[in-house]
Design a protein around this ligand. Sequence first.
Ligand SMILES: Cc1cc2nc3c(=O)[nH]c(=O)nc-3n(C[C@H](O)[C@H](O)[C@H](O)COP(=O)(O)O)c2cc1C
Ligand SMILES: C=C(O[C@@H]1CC(C(=O)O)=C[C@@H](OP(=O)(O)O)[C@H]1O)C(=O)O
Length: 389
Amino acid sequence: MRYLTAGESHGPQLTLIVEGLPSQLPFSKEKVDAQLARRQKGYGRGRRMQIESDQIQVLSGIRFGKTTGAPVALAIENKDWAKWQDVMSPDPDASKAEKRRVSRPRPGHADLNGAVKYGHRDMRDVLERSSARETAARVAVGAIARQVLELCGIKVAGHVVQIGSVNTERLDLTCWSAEEIAEKSESSPVRCLDPDAEQEMIRLIDEAKQEGDSLGGVVEVIVEGVPVGLGSHVHWDRKLDARLVQAIVSINAFKGAEIGIGFEAGKRKGSQVHDEILWSEEKGYHRATNRLGGFEGGMTNGEAIVVRGVMKPIPTLYKPLNSVDIDTREPFQASIERSDSCAVPAASVVAENVVAWEIARALLEKFSSDTADELVQDVNRYRQRVREF
Ligand SMILES: Cc1cc2nc3c(=O)[nH]c(=O)nc-3n(C[C@H](O)[C@H](O)[C@H](O)COP(=O)(O)O)c2cc1C
Ligand SMILES: C=C(O[C@@H]1CC(C(=O)O)=C[C@@H](OP(=O)(O)O)[C@H]1O)C(=O)O
């Protein structure tokens, strides 16, 4: 299973093609649109999210509410395009495009590197594609992947663990199901499970916004119901934990990811890290704890997958940093039109969906999947085999 996305932030639409889905998979446009709506919410977003109302248009690969096995093509409209047509069409109005030409690179964004690499004197040609607008497309494909996972009894949930200096480390989530985590985070404007931390996060975002500054944070994704043995120890690029880390760090502004207790493992002794193996009639093989976040040897071990990602603060600041104009090579301090001040809550939805995609991809690699029925039967047969091992 693979996908491609295309589209500029202020172009007419995002376009995506998903290839390799099982045929006869029940396809719900409503479920995809619901994930897109979740991504648009979250405290700290800027004015752009009030303009957009993301929904997919299904262009191919679906008939009678099911996949046909052919590539699924989708589009997501950019409503902001109405104001950008003269500048962003393939044949723009030269004088209008000149007025919106960008010669002042933002520290922390892709502007300068992209301009140097691709030879652009107008950095709009970089920022339009490097924009996290593209994450709407990735949420849409993740939302389709979730429909595959759902059939196989696999649930994905996410929440915000930290914004700036406030975190929820003191929460013990071991007794919460993915469903409870999803429900609780959904009712929080910052998608945080701890009401005290939530209030403090909101205060910090307001403060940063007032100062013309921005904030990053940490998000966590949990995947429940995953069978043992997705991914493989036999080759580097088949290790599923590594693929999840790549998926998370590929989200705009994400600078790191960890599985389970992650970096904390470097501080502890082995006896405080490794999860003891148990067996019971009811659960079969399982672990006493889940510090390793559901992975050993690049393979799932049947415990919940726990993956975290850290997002740096948004680079576009109302309080600008020093930079150099590429026309004059003179220093400048620019003012900006609009930006998010904190997109961590929104990014937690992106993280859930890129993780869902990667898990679904690993599932389809392991099991027969020409049709949805074959997939479900194969997964069930395998789950039985695991119980009898
Ligand atoms: C949901 C989301 C919203 C974002 N919104 C903005 C924004 O409004 N302004 C901005 O400068 N960067 C924003 N970013 C971050 C930039 O897209 C990102 O920093 C940039 O593409 C450079 O990539 P890098 O930070 O991964 O190096 C956002 C990221 C995400 C995930
Ligand atoms: C459009 C989205 O996020 C955008 C991501 C983004 C960036 O630089 O990454 C910059 C902003 O774009 P604009 O300048 O048009 O307001 C965000 O709004 C979105 O999330 O759908």
